[in-house]
Design a protein around this ligand. Structure first.
Ligand code: GLY
Length: 396
């Protein structure tokens, strides 16, 4: 059973329902611009990877050593599907070798972000090419993720040494890692993957999502009893504020779970978290980096949060039976995407090697503030791909 959650009425619903749908030309122009940027970056980032975020609007050159590397590989798979040009597939396959080596060396993998890393590389590769090698790598990554499950508390421990008291917590971002377990269940019929994913999901809903449908970033548990103890932020403004990207991870997390479990409650929770988000957007529908801020605070936006929400809304629209809710998801996501296309990309900044500007990685850690970031670029491209090809099969 899930806790009671307030579902706010969307205050600007009439306006959102009037957002124009993007035309095929708008979508293709935006995708073509992304392909141009990918082509500019391809040689530099064949055996190396872009940094998680830009510094002065430029990605640095890094090894496969962060939670974000899969987004670049995921963009190459999207580029391959969009253009059918083999050069993107070849480099994505070189990346899969790199992810295999990373797995074998267990290099910076003692955390829960195996979903972000291996869904967009190995699993996407398997779904597109049928490669057994890619499939096996995906399953191994899922097995490792499953190993982070803590029975006491019933959650997947996000970071740090397993069982360490200071790290005995989950974080909201894990809504995007557990799809690796759903997929592994689908491929193997081993129900233990599904059980861990669902158990974590249920615990997350009853802890990191508050009764007013805003979200904590992280939630601690008592190591001895498993009792949920407290919500704490890591990248948001305050413990009791609502980090815009955290809310976005929750919004897309609901339909990704619904797809496998068909639990009606997930639709209700989706409406609660999505409506909370929509009601706190400024005029151009791109949030400040924490939803607590208003225009007068003059804080930066987080474009990546909007790009994630676009994908979440388009995913939910596949399952909405309520036609008005479906229309709201489609219209609001098109409106957000149009504003990202027109005002947030690097099309007037040829010096940048990024795509989507005005993201915030972590204000708490003074990292990537008002910069491009890899997941913003990825989800922006995924949102466009969803509109370009309504039958596109998601990698999550
Ligand atoms: N998963 C970390 C972040 O969203 O910044």
């Amino acid at each position: 059973m899930f806790r009671y959650m307030v579902v706010e009425t969307v205050v600007n619903k009439e306006k959102l329902l009037k957002e124009q749908l993007l035309s095929r030309d708008e979508v293709m122009d935006a995708l073509d611009f992304i392909i141009k940027k990918i082509d500019e970056n391809l040689e530099t980032y064949t055996y190396k990877f872009p940094s998680a975020c830009t510094t002065e609007q430029r990605y640095r050159i890094k090894d496969n050593d962060d939670w974000t590397n899969g987004f670049w590989t995921g963009m190459l798979w999207l580029a391959y599907e969009y253009t059918e040009n083999e050069k993107y597939r070849k480099i994505a396959e070189i990346h899969i070798d790199s992810f295999e080596k990373r797995y074998e060396d267990n290099f910076v993998l003692e955390h829960h972000d195996l979903g972000f890393l291996y869904l967009l590389s190995a699993v996407a590769g398997y779904k597109i090419t049928g490669s057994e090698k890619a499939k096996n790598l995906g399953i191994k990554a899922a097995e490792k993720l499953k190993g982070r499950y803590q029975e006491k508390g019933k959650f997947i421990q996000a970071w740090g040494k397993l069982g360490e008291e200071n790290e005995y917590r989950m974080i909201i971002d894990c809504f995007l890692n557990i799809p690796l377990l759903y997929w592994a269940y689908e491929e193997t019929n081993d129900v233990s993957y599904l059980n861990v994913a669902n158990s974590h999901y249920n615990t997350a809903i009853n802890t990191v999502i508050r009764e007013d449908a805003s979200t904590y970033h992280t939630y601690y548990f008592d190591k001895e009893t498993g009792k949920p103890t407290k919500g704490v932020t890591h990248q948001g403004f305050k413990d009791d504020s609502c980090w815009a990207r955290g809310q976005a991870w929750a919004i897309i997390g609901m339909p990704l779970n619904y797809r496998y479990n068909l639990m009606e409650e997930s639709k209700g929770i989706y409406n609660a978290v999505a409506n909370y988000y929509l009601n706190r957007l400024p005029e151009d529908l791109i949030p400040y980096w924490d939803l607590v801020f208003k225009e007068e605070d003059k804080e930066p936006r987080d474009s990546s949060s909007a790009a994630i929400v676009v994908c979440g809304m388009l995913e939910m629209a596949k399952y909405n039976e309520d036609l008005e809710e479906k229309e709201l998801n489609i219209r609001a996501s098109n409106g957000m995407l149009r504003n990202l296309i027109n005002e947030y990309t690097t099309k007037n900044n040829s010096e940048s090697n990024g795509i989507l500007m005005h993201g915030v990685y972590s204000w708490q850690h003074n990292k990537g503030i008002n910069e491009c970031n890899l997941w913003g670029d990825y989800f922006y491209m995924e949102g466009l791909m969803r509109l370009y090809n309504k039958n596109w099969k998601i990698y999550w």
